[in-house]
Design a binder for this molecule. Sequence first.
Ligand SMILES: Nc1ncnc2c1ncn2[C@@H]1O[C@H](COP(=O)(O)OP(=O)(O)OP(=O)(O)O)[C@@H](O)[C@H]1O
Ligand SMILES: [Mg+2]
Length: 378
Amino acid sequence: MAGLGYRVFKENGLEKLSADYLPSRLPHREKHEEELVKLLAPAILSRGTVTKNVLIAGASGAGKTATARKVAMRLRKIAEENGVKLMHAHINCRYASSNFGLAQMLIGRIVPDARARGYGASELLQAAYSYLDGRSEFLLLVLDDFDQFVKKCGPGILYELMRLPDSSPGKRNRVAMLIIGAEDVSKYLLESWTRSAVTKLPYDFSAYDYREMSDILVERAGESFRDGAIQFEVVLLISRIVERFGFGSARYGIELLQASGLEAEYDGADRVSPECVRRAQSRIEKIVDLRDLSALSSGHVEAIRAIAQVLGESDEAYVPMPKILGRVDKSKRGQVEKLGCFKRLEFEGLVDILDGKVGLVGTTLVAVENWLARLPEE
Ligand SMILES: Nc1ncnc2c1ncn2[C@@H]1O[C@H](COP(=O)(O)OP(=O)(O)OP(=O)(O)O)[C@@H](O)[C@H]1O
Ligand SMILES: [Mg+2]
């Protein structure tokens, strides 16, 4: 595979699907990005006379870190255009286990050859601040996953960071903070003055719904897959799976997109089929154990048989319900319709119903066919 090059991925396509790749656009986060730039730019352009700290909160995989990286890039550019010296430190607070640890990470990022040993957290923060002061620099400090930290260590370090200008000669505020959490961190701020010193972004980073996810994945697929190697319907299938089983996380969506492409590569195929997606999903996690379905009525089993038949003959991710019903044994058709079999199968996580069409999710077609073949004859 490697020596001959990829069939479905573009050259360097896999890089565009890696965890730290930052795409040029973040669909459905433009509003968040604009607002953050608008909130934070004055703190930087005013050269420290305006104070701004912003909080953002939202679900995992909802684009908080990616948006913060994008905002930092834009602010650095704005600073440069305006002759302001701006540093940027993005710190993942999840990995700090004390105030000292966090202060150490911070000073390590901004002061070259800093020595942390022998000092306390407050001294380190002050040293970092004096360094900025001495060079007339400003700092955009992104405290990522700060909720993880505050639960362990409390909000004390935020108070200290916010008080730093008070003890500096120029009293300028050299640090603008962007504080990120899965939950709203402001509820941990006990001192009321800090609550007014931070602004909450008015937009949440909610989990993406399947439409938003498909916009994101279509764009990412365009960067990473060859033309025609993945169809919109297949991206839609992935997006539905992400909404239903992946908490609307773009991280999960991109992983599933990549894993589906790799399945196609293993097959030597030049297109990603719906079955590649289902196989990739089953490798990531087991959603449906077909043995659990053996207790379903014969009407349900008949519905599954018809779905498998129709999907097996076509390469489509979703097929119209009437087409499937047309395949159900006449004697059972009434039963299938009366029982609302498709709805029940959707509830079980086996199928997905979208605009009157039915797709298979939660397991692979091959697994379903094997399961059907092993069922005892009636
Ligand atoms: N709107 C979007 N457009 C394109 N890619 C996105 C978008 N949102 C998220 N991503 C991508 O999805 C992945 C996860 O996003 P990100 O790391 O920003 O989520 P997060 O909200 O920080 O999650 P966590 O709380 O788990 O840290 C990243 O690879 C990111 O580039
Ligand atoms: Mg993050």
